[in-house]
Design a protein. Structure first.
Length: 108
């Protein structure tokens, strides 16, 4: 396969041409470009698009979820900060204590 134009690729993969451009802008599926700047979707990109549709369906994901997951992979500092926050989110005993304190104050 030499490469499909955006409209042809959209038809094969079950996405709209506008969505393919959006996915490229987000960095999720980036096709090759011809010398004159046209997008060329090959087998790899078509498989990525089909796989993306499958992921969204199987796990009920939004495009923004995948963009954030990709960002976590590219930015180690962000990944570390999110991991730290998630680890601390497990320790929510202080929230219950604060809530109980406020309930007692309101009841008084």
């Amino acid at each position: 396969m030499d490469g499909l134009k955006v409209s042809e690729a959209a038809g094969h993969a079950g996405w709209s041409p506008r969505m393919l451009r959006y996915l490229e802008k987000l960095g999720l599926v980036v096709p090759r470009r011809t010398k004159s700047g046209y997008r060329q979707y090959g087998l790899r990109e078509l498989n990525q698009l089909r796989g993306l549709a499958g992921l969204r369906s199987r796990f009920d994901l939004q495009i923004s979820d995948l963009v954030f997951a990709a960002r976590l992979r590219r930015e180690p500092a962000l990944r570390k900060a999110v991991d730290g926050w998630l680890a601390g989110a497990d320790d929510l005993g202080w929230v219950e204590w604060e809530q109980l304190k406020h309930e007692r104050l309101l009841a008084a």
